[in-house]
Design a protein around this ligand. Structure first.
Ligand code: ADP
Ligand code: ZN
Ligand code: ZN
Length: 743
């Protein structure tokens, strides 16, 4: 069974299947002769257990470690042309081995859901139109009474390429009827979809570019000179410095060569903004890929990229593995954002894998941020990445002034000091907008009995229940459990329950009392659930219907609020004392990102941070110097403590119904690793920072090495061991390589 048996003229197809085993599966070719032609990277349908599965053909060989009679035939080969090419497969293999995650699951995660179910990889083309000869010579002024028709003709005249209905819809509202009219008049005609990767240099832009300023020019030129080879650029640019403009001018160079661009964004909420800017700028097709789209939309975006029918793919983390037949450039915007790390299942870092992908494809990768992650900053200092800086805001906007407001011994009303209230009043009087940040949703984080001290706790977690007054509920933010908000103490039956602490809901109520003549809009997870709700709220803010914007970290994410001139963070101290060593980095990024919302237009902005720690070194460095100085001192602290990026970590997380089994399981892992001696540091088994969550007990084991390959060598030996451990089946466990939080 163990020897590789040469099989006479017999072909063995090695298939990746989405099952939690770290191996591939051997099959024989399909019985059906016509169907037996297969290429690596194609999907196949195979019998598996009592059912069937869709998998990927990753290798054709003539040896197997199994008895040939035991092997089954593939049922069907689903793709005549492969969906993944050699480099795609190589990248997925790499990711599987780096994250020590089963190869089949990793491979299948590269596909959108529709393709995972085995549906044909065929695109329904949308309609494309272009001017006819008559249309080309038509003077659109002559039809100025049919405004929409005129606008359409002008749009076509302006566009160097045929236009799809999607592209038209981004430029002109209610275009359907007038388009039909000009089609009937034979001014335009339907035409072939354009092969995105065939465009020629003149055919790229719909609208003109800005004149880049000096720093932008330098950034654009540095990357443009390095197209066609691997190099990582860290574009550190303060908020509003024109990073997006830099991306677009570089993309333009890439498109000239008929190459494709992958742009990754952290948040779905940001894609419409960027999509709009890209579609207004570029005549070439743009596709979008994120989790809020339908399965069909994601399938189409993926295939368009894979078949070279789109030049630009804008997407979130999950778009990273989309095949690019003509790869030109990868951009990760807001590279510091934690949503680039997948936090469940295949826990990959889209940033780190993007860099490996860039290397395999031999193309440049741009990481952009106003607040680069310490890892990227470190790589820039070590010259592994090329550091580009945009230090000034583009156009006329000025940088906001940050002020620490010492609130020790100050009279506070619902979280606001008198000084802050005065500044808000002053700003509102000038008819400018105010943004207030508090990273805690709900009414209050604690409900306590004034009479006996009882606190409302979650039955399933080591956590307090959060008061949600508007819905009359108590909710656990960790497991989702909720109950009606009662007036009576569960312990002493008195009606003395008091909400303690502040959440956005409570602040909203306070603001309405302080400023009854102004409208407040609250942006947090509770007020943006409904479809389009966030867009409506943003619209209301930008049209000036609301003067006060209140919200959680959602506010830190790239939105433009041009009329905001005062930003207040009510409570920065809660971020200063996190148990996780990443806490200071996260807090600094949050402060700078939230500050970046102020004074983006002509009016200067001001940022007020309420604190009881006005002497805290982190706050002082950040405010009196800048993020770069902060990053350098934070890196020095990490180095002194031998923490990443000066060491390499992997975290085992385990949960079970009892406390005993996770500890035993982790102890076994620890015992296996111990012989590695001083190559490795093992911390744990220890309870997770919140031991009980959703009724399960959570334990963890952190391992750390100073040499990256030591960590991976150990994990390589450990993982097959775990597959054989009986205890592993009694718990739920996961491995997180390069964890970004230790929760
Ligand atoms: P970032 O992505 O760094 O936040 P943006 O690219 O969105 O910055 O630019 C901020 C604003 O400045 C935008 O309104 C943009 O159109 C404008 N802008 C960018 N570059 C220039 C330039 N060179 N000249 C004039 N305005 C610019
Ligand atoms: Zn009580
Ligand atoms: Zn709970």
């Amino acid at each position: 069974m163990t020897n590789n048996l040469p099989v006479d003229k017999m072909l063995i197809f090695r298939i990746a299947l989405a099952v939690p085993l770290t191996r591939l599966f051997d099959y024989l070719p399909p019985n059906n002769k016509e169907n037996s032609q297969a290429t690596i990277g194609a999907r196949v349908r195979v019998p598996f257990g009592s059912g069937e599965k869709i998998g990927i053909l990753v290798e054709i060989t003539d040896t197997t470690t199994f008895k040939i009679e035991k092997l089954k035939n593939i049922k069907e080969i689903l793709d005549q042309t492969p969906l993944l090419n050699e480099i795609d497969l190589k990248l997925l293999h790499w990711a599987s081995s780096y994250y020590h995650y089963p190869i089949g699951e990793v491979m299948m995660s590269a596909f959108p859901a529709v393709l995972r179910t085995g549906k044909p990889a065929k695109l329904n083309h949308e309609s494309y139109y272009e001017l006819t000869e008559t249309g080309k010579t038509l003077d659109s002024k002559l039809i100025k009474r049919a405004k929409k028709q005129q606008a359409l003709i002008d749009l076509f005249k302006n566009s160097p390429l045929a236009l799809s209905t999607t592209q038209i819809s981004f430029q002109i509202e209610n275009w359907q009827a007038p388009l039909k009219k000009i089609l009937e008049k034979q001014w335009i005609k339907e035409t072939e979809p354009i092969k995105a990767t065939h465009s020629t240099p003149q055919q790229i832009l719909l609208s003109s570019t800005f004149n880049a300023n000096l720093e932008q020019r330098k950034a654009i030129d540095s990357v443009s000179e390095n197209l066609g080879q691997f190099k990582v650029f860290l574009l550190e640019g303060v908020t509003g410095s024109g990073k997006t403009e830099v991306y677009m001018q570089i993309i333009q160079q890439v498109l000239k060569d008929g190459k494709q661009v992958l742009v990754l964004l952290p948040e779905i909420t940001l894609t419409p903004q960027l999509e709009n800017r890209f579609r207004k700028r570029f005549a070439v097709p743009v596709a979008i890929f994120h989790s809020k789209l339908s399965n069909t939309q994601r399938f189409e975006a993926w295939l368009k990229m894979q078949q070279g029918e789109t030049s630009i793919l804008l997407g979130t983390r999950s778009a990273l593995f989309t095949p690019m037949p003509q790869p030109g450039l990868i951009i990760l915007d807001e590279e510091h954002d934690s949503s680039f790390k997948q936090q469940e299942g295949f826990r990959f870092s889209a940033r780190d894998v993007a860099i490996v992908r860039g290397k395999m494809l031999d193309i440049p990768v741009i990481l952009g941020s106003a607040t680069p992650s310490l890892e990227s900053f470190h790589n820039a200092i070590r010259k592994r990445y090329h550091h580009l800086k945009l230090s000034k805001r583009a156009g006329n906007a000025t940088k906001p002034v940050i002020q620490l407001l010492d609130i020790r011994n100050k009279k506070m009303q619902e979280g606001f000091s008198e000084q802050l209230l005065a500044q808000i009043t002053e700003t509102l009087d000038k008819r400018e907008q105010v943004l207030i940040f508090l990273n805690r949703r709900g009414y209050a984080p604690v409900l306590m009995c004034h009479s006996c001290g009882w606190i409302a706790r979650c039955r399933h977690c080591d956590a307090n229940l959060v008061v949600h007054f508007n819905e009359n509920k108590l909710r656990c933010h960790h497991c989702g459990q909720q109950q009606t908000l009662s007036r009576q103490c569960h312990s002493c039956q008195q009606n003395e329950l008091t909400p303690i602490g502040l959440g956005t809901e409570r602040i909203e109520q306070a603001l309405q009392e302080f400023f009854p003549n102004y409208k407040t809009i609250r942006l947090d997870r509770d007020t943006t659930q409904r479809k389009n709700q966030l867009e409506e709220q943003l619209q209301a803010i930008n049209s000036g219907q609301a003067e006060i914007i209140l919200g959680t970290q959602m506010l830190a994410k790239g939105h433009h609020f041009p009329n905001v001139t005062l930003v207040a963070m009510l409570d920065v101290d809660s971020g200063l004392f996190g148990i996780d060593f990443h806490a200071p980095e996260k807090l600094a990024q949050m402060i700078i990102q939230v500050s970046g919302r102020a004074g983006r237009a002509e009016k200067p902005g001001k940022v007020v941070l309420q604190t009881r720690k006005p002497d805290h070194p982190l706050l002082l460095t950040l405010i009196h110097q800048d993020y770069s100085h902060f990053a350098r001192s934070a890196l020095a602290e990490r180095q002194a403590a031998q923490l990443p990026p000066f060491s390499y970590q992997a975290l085992f997380r385990v949960l079970a119904m009892d406390k005993q089994t996770p500890v035993e399981f982790l102890q076994k892992i620890s015992d296996f690793l111990k012989p590695a001696g001083n190559k490795i540091q093992i911390l744990g088994p220890a309870p997770a920072p919140m031991e009980k969550r959703a009724g399960r007990f959570h334990y963890q084991l952190l391992i750390q090495t100073t040499v990256r390959s030591d960590l991976h060598d150990l994990l390589d030996r450990l993982m097959p061991e775990i597959e054989t451990m009986k205890l592993a089946k009694k718990v739920r466990w996961s491995l997180d390589v390069d964890p970004i939080d230790l929760y």
